[in-house]
Design a protein around this ligand. Structure first.
Ligand SMILES: Nc1nc2c(c(=O)[nH]1)N[C@H]1C(S)=C(S)[C@@H](COP(=O)(O)OP(=O)(O)OC[C@H]3O[C@@H](n4cnc5c(N)ncnc54)[C@H](O)[C@@H]3O)O[C@H]1N2
Ligand code: MOO
Length: 476
């Protein structure tokens, strides 16, 4: 394919991002001071369905034109902050309970009544007055007269008074007058009487009205994801449908002339497009609707055309491949051709340093590396927070934890997010960095990224280090 002349594609409008790239030298206009705190500020920014979650105009004092004139190699945190500034929360809708799974709640939900609405028995046994059993002992049983039996779902007719009891099933309403329930296996029944051989203090075996939720209580706050357990709680409280933020659609474009679709015969030098499946699955697990758009060869015009299609069909566009410095790494050029405004190119962390970001029609286009490990790290640290913010989630950043390194590790110049395996040994969280040969095989074991600071030197086994858990099944 003909390689486009990159310089002819440059946008030169001052103050705007530019894709201008000349033989590795870059020019344009942009940042780069004082944005370290932006991320924290963004997280405090209230959002709303009608309003942009965050202001898309970058305040002047956050940015200055850098010496090299190009927004390149931002820190991971700077890159993320910048992306988050360009993200809009999606509008909302009401959905039946189950359809809301994985969505974020759009407003605080409260209950008007106690749940459950009555005191109930937590065991199968006899409801009684605790004080009747004060003198009970193994050899001195207390005899109580049994008034009736109450099953779950039916109502007691009698009131328990002194020296009487009512037989109850688990879940049955507690008869008036009773303040405790003793289990069947702890008593003996003799005709119309029950013999109790132990003290049964008031409160034993009882679930109080409002045990789950009390009238006026907030069940869930805005921005919380709807998880299976939350669905259960909301169903218990009688919610039939839920106000949630809309779903987000993300298109996936796989660039690379070496790629083949599953089912195609692999010619010489070709590989299957595994990234499309990996990313589609990651999106699904994150509650995002994937729009996989297949493979496009290393051809800037073709990539540009598919990016345009993707922008029409999705809320955000992800590409993989073609973002490093090879002759066929044409994604930046393609974005320029497609009229995409540049946000930044490259981040100072490995893997994933090859990453470009742009914007068109109010939508982000995120160019990930084709390397599956780099694409995964970029997804976890950059793409997922952006998607979560669009989906209205209140907690959007990867969760940082401290772990103990289980072996020595020799650092390099660059900051690295190393794929690792978290294990809990005798209550201590330990990380083993994964160094397998196959990238995808290694990633299958990865449940943690350890954050290796930049600069050469040796990290010793037993040292404490920051890490981020990979929460594929936990969307909170
Ligand atoms: N001269 C330099 N070369 C490279 C550098 C560099 O700094 N200077 N960086 C290296 C690093 S680090 C990475 S990461 C990669 C990034 O490459 P790209 O993002 O441009 O991606 P590609 O070159 O297109 O592909 C990289 C690798 O991944 C395979 N690939 C691509 N797409 C898919 C897919 N959909 N499914 C599965 N595998 C895919 C591709 O065949 C390559 O093997 O650049 C280094 N080079
Ligand atoms: O960007 Mo490469 O991803 O450092 O591995």
């Amino acid at each position: 394919m003909n390689r486009p002349v990159l310089t002819s594609l440059a946008q030169t409008e001052p103050g705007k991002g530019s894709w201008n790239k000349m033989g590795g030298q870059v020019s344009g206009a942009y940042p780069m001071v004082g944005i370290n705190n932006v991320e924290e500020e963004l997280l405090k920014t209230p959002g709303g369905p009608e309003k942009p979650f965050i202001n898309i105009n970058i305040p002047k004092d956050y940015y200055a034109i850098p010496a090299n004139g190009w927004r390149r190699n931002l820190s991971l945190e700077q890159a993320r902050a910048l992306l988050l500034r360009h993200v809009f929360i999606r509008p909302g809708e009401r959905l039946p309970l189950l359809e809301a799974l994985g969505r974020a709640i759009r407003e605080d939900l409260t209950v008007q009544e106690d749940i459950p609405g009555f005191n109930r028995s937590l065991v199968d046994g006899y409801a009684l007055q605790g004080r009747d059993t004060e003198k009970a002992g193994e050899n001195a049983p207390v005899r109580l007269r049994v008034l009736e039996e109450v099953a779950a779902g039916s109502n007691p007719h009698f009131q328990v008074s002194t020296r009487t009891a009512v037989k109850v099933m688990t879940g049955a309403p507690l008869p008036a007058g009773a303040d405790a329930v003793v289990k069947y296996e702890e008593v003996r029944r003799e005709g119309a009487e029950v013999l109790v051989y132990r003290r049964v203090p008031a409160g034993t075996g009882i679930g109080k009205a409002g045990q789950e939720l009390t009238a006026g209580e907030t069940v869930v706050s805005r921005g919380s994801p709807v998880t299976p357990s939350l669905l259960g709680l909301l169903a218990a409280a009688g919610f039939k449908d839920l106000p949630v933020y809309s779903a987000v659609k993300a298109a996936i474009i796989s660039t690379g002339s070496e790629l083949a679709g599953l089912g195609q015969t692999l010619g010489a030098g070709r590989i299957y497009n595994s990234n499309q499946y990996f990313l589609t699955a990651l999106l699904r697990m994150s509650g995002v609707e994937p729009v996989p758009l297949g493979i496009v060869p290393d051809d800037a015009a073709k990539i540009a055309a598919l990016v345009q299609t993707a922008l029409e069909r999705a809320d955000l566009v992800i590409t993989t491949g073609g973002v490093s410095s090879g002759d066929y790494d044409l994604v930046e050029a393609a974005l320029a051709l497609a009229g995409v405004e540049s946000l930044f190119s490259g981040i100072s962390v490995r893997p994933g340093k090859s990453f470009v970001a742009g914007k068109k029609d109010g939508k982000l286009i995120l160019g990930l590396s084709g390397h599956p490990g780099a694409a995964f790290a970029a997804f976890e640290f950059l793409v997922k927070p952006v998607l979560k913010k669009m989906m209205g989630y209140k907690n959007i950043l990867p969760r940082k934890i401290e772990v103990i390194l289980s072996h020595d590790y020799r650092k390099t110049e660059a900051r690295r997010m190393k794929a690792a395996r978290l294990s809990i040994e005798e209550g201590i969280a330990r990380a083993t960095i994964l160094n397998g040969q196959g990238v995808l095989k290694t990633l299958a074991d990865c449940n943690l990224f350890v954050d290796i600071p930049p600069g050469k030197g040796l990290l010793r086994a037993g040292e404490k280090i920051s890490a981020y858990a990979v929460e594929l099944f936990d969307m909170k």
